[in-house]
Design a protein around this ligand. Structure first.
Ligand SMILES: *Cc1c(COP(=O)(O)O)cnc(C)c1O
Length: 366
């Protein structure tokens, strides 16, 4: 390895006033307000990573022929910083985000940022903007690392210049009025990812391609879309931007199942963590394949008792009802099930530091 990248620290001289920031933190919503600063690191062919800065949050200037605008070499990550009981701040498994970011970069023919630089960039921004980390339960500071091509030109090939950035946005409780199950639409027309495609990469293009299906779900009165596999259109893959879990059976004998990573699913860090947490709680777990008919029949005969989605932004979201062109059904009794609730509370307790962290998942920043 070469010498570690040195960051030039020039934070904002005019951060938002305590009073204005408090007004934002009173009702932060999601992704609407940003902290005072951001991190930027450049990469170019020949020079590699350079020009690492912490600087005031500000708009970017962009050439109309910026290659990202045309060919979408654009990847991102999402993780959260949580206030801890001693007043400090921790992130959750950021090295997993760093590694996934490297895998996404590889798939989109982009340069890989070293894991320690990724984590350090996030830590620097959190330390600088610590006042933006909420103190309220279930609130957090959402961290958005991302990278895109900055080379100017219309030739189709991997760009030879990129910009990595980290921005941060305070996030309110996802369910301020209590956990509310979502309704889902099984998308039989549109697919999210095909074998050999970019389904495993956290890239902007996957989201662009998903929006029309999300709109179709809304037209059918559903909150979210559930993706089926591209080939047979029957294997359950994931929900919107979250992974799915199925609870088979009930009580201590419940089995916690999630679709296996076939290359077309996004390998969620929440998904990975819940497999471990479920095991720690004594449940049987499994990565498996399940069709839409398995789901409908298992729901009808009671063998599938609960279904939930999981991801960093919304943690765990129960699925309350399902609709498709051919059938619709209520999942269990339509409310958040006991296993779903237990897993959600256990994960939140680890993240907020109110429960032990036996696997060393918390990364202390402050
Ligand atoms: C980010 C993401 C997830 C969830 O990943 P986490 O690491 O748990 O936040 C699931 N599906 C898609 C499509 C995603 O983009």
């Amino acid at each position: 390895m070469t010498t570690p990248l040195a960051f030039d620290l020039k934070p904002s001289a005019q951060p938002l006033s305590d009073q204005d920031r408090a007004a934002v933190l009173a009702a932060p919503g999601f992704g609407r307000h940003f902290t005072d600063n951001m991190v930027t690191i450049r990469w170019s062919e020949g020079r590699g990573w350079h020009d690492a800065r912490l600087q005031p949050y500000a708009p970017l200037q962009m050439d109309p022929a910026n290659m990202t605008l045309h060919y979408a070499q654009s990847i991102f990550e999402g993780l959260k910083a949580y206030r801890q009981p001693d007043g400090g701040v921790a992130t959750f498994r950021p090295e997993e985000n760093a590694r996934r970011f490297q895998r996404s970069a590889r798939r989109l023919a982009m340069p890989e940022l070293p894991e320690e630089t990724f984590v350090e960039a996030i830590d620097l921004l959190i330390r600088q903007d610590e006042a933006w980390v909420p103190n309220e339960p279930e609130q957090s500071l959402y961290i958005r690392p991302f990278m895109f091509a900055t080379e100017v030109g219309l030739g189709v090939r991997p760009a030879n210049e990129y910009l990595f950035m980290v921005i941060a946005s305070p996030a309110g409780a996802y369910f301020p009025g209590g956990v509310k199950p979502v309704s889902v639409w099984l998308s039989e027309e549109y697919v999210r990812a095909a074998p050999g495609g970019t389904g495993e990469a956290k890239c902007a293009g996957n989201y662009a391609a998903s929006l029309v299906a999300q709109a179709e779900a809304a037209q059918h009165g559903c909150d979210q879309v559930v993706w089926l596999d591209a080939v047979e259109r029957r294997w359950i893959e994931e929900m919107g931007g979250m992974n799915l879990y199925f609870v088979e059976g009930a009580g201590d004998d419940a089995r916690i199942l999630t679709p296996e990573l076939t290359g077309t699913l996004l390998p969620g860090i929440t998904r990975l963590s819940l497999l471990q947490i479920a095991e720690d709680l004594g449940y049987a777990t499994g990565e498996t394949r399940l069709t839409k008919d398995d789901w409908r029949e298992g729901n009808a005969d009671g063998s599938i008792s609960e279904v939930f989605a999981c991801g960093t932004a919304a943690v765990i979201t129960p699925v309350g009802s399902v609709k498709s062109t051919s059938a619709s059904w209520t999942v269990g009794d339509g409310g958040p099930g006991p296993v779903t609730t237990r897993l959600r509370e256990t994960l939140l307790a680890v993240q907020s530091g109110s429960a032990p962290d036996p696997h060393g998942w918390l990364h202390r920043v402050i």
